[in-house]
Design a protein around this ligand. Structure first.
Ligand SMILES: C[S@@+](CC[C@H](N)C(=O)[O-])C[C@H]1O[C@@H](n2cnc3c(N)ncnc32)[C@H](O)[C@@H]1O
Length: 286
């Protein structure tokens, strides 16, 4: 899960009430609220540390793809963050609402022009309900992996479909697990080794757990961040979609619809809400 540097920080739940921000009702008794790993420190550096993901050459094809699927309807972004995709999608004329756990990330979104047109609900995107019906729900930039158990990932699909109208689509952009890089019995894979920055992924192939460890030097001192993920296979996501009442419609290796192959490092997948009078199938015929 290399590709973006973040720093674990305490939850940044403030008391300020920004325009267009609502908070999900508290969890049911016994429900677990995921830890907010995108606190003030992370949010402050997010756009800069993910700069390549904000490149118009990266954002443009994603927004084209999503705008096309949203059609005349509205879009729901799970894990809206600082609005990397939501803002340009809004500027394309698509009404967008977001869910995010991090008040600090959403505060950064609120600093940007046009952000006041985007409603945000603070809460866990695996369980939080927002008002309205959407033609599209989407979850990009590996954010499904932020849910660290299979149960949470299954719940996320169920929550996405609950917001979709008839024929609505759910889109995920996520890396294909890079287990071919691991020698048999090995758990660690270095993804960055320079004089001032070290990074390695720690795999647990039993639980599909992955911790990305980042170390970087600042003024002669080494700082560290370790962030947990759960990697997930394309076929496993298809099964989660079936459980939620959706059918796979498209799978590509990028937003430009490059065919998905054995060499693809990531996939962009589209599932469609299955009509209630049809049984779900693993791959749609048309
Ligand atoms: C990698 S960032 C992606 C942000 C944005 N979608 C983008 O593409 O730049 C992940 C975002 O998901 C949010 N997030 C992670 N787990 C979450 C959860 N369980 N519920 C709601 N938001 C979550 C984080 O707070 C963060 O804003």
């Amino acid at each position: 899960m290399s590709g973006f540097i973040t720093r674990a920080a305490p939850p940044a739940f403030g008391s300020h009430d920004e325009i267009g921000v609502t908070r999900a009702e508290g969890p049911c008794q016994g429900a677990v609220v995921p830890e907010d790993l995108f606190g003030e420190d992370v949010a402050a550096r997010y756009d800069e540390s993910s700069a390549e993901m904000f490149d118009p050459a990266v954002v443009g094809p994603a927004v084209d793809f999503l705008a096309d699927l949203a059609g005349d309807g509205a879009a729901l972004e799970l894990g809206i963050g600082t609005g990397r995709i939501a803002l340009p999608l809004h500027l394309r004329g698509i009404p967008v609402h977001g869910i995010d756990l991090s008040e600090a990330m959403v505060a950064k979104l609120r600093e940007k022009p046009d952000a006041d047109h985007i409603g945000v609900t603070i809460g866990d995107f695996a369980t939080t309900k927002v008002g309205g019906t959407f033609s599209l729900a989407y979850l990009v930039f590996n954010t499904i992996n932020n849910l660290t158990t299979q149960d949470e990932q299954v719940a996320c699909f169920q929550n996405a479909v609950a917001h979709l109208g008839p024929g609505g689509r759910f889109v995920i952009e996520v890396g294909v697990p890079a287990l071919q890089r691991l020698a048999p019995g090995e758990r660690f894979h270095p993804f960055t080794v320079t004089a001032t920055r070290l990074g390695f992924d720690e795999y647990d192939v039993v639980s599909q757990g992955l911790i990305s460890h980042h170390f970087w030097e600042v003024d002669g001192r080494w700082e560290r961040l370790s962030m947990p993920f759960r990697y997930v296979w394309p076929g496993e996501l298809d099964l989660m979609a079936r459980l939620a009442g959706m059918t796979l419609r498209e799978r590509w290796s990028d937003w430009s619809r490059t065919p998905f192959t054995a060499e693809s490092a990531k996939h962009v997948s589209v599932w469609q809400k299955t009509p209630s009078d049809q049984p779900p199938s693993a791959v749609a015929s048309g």
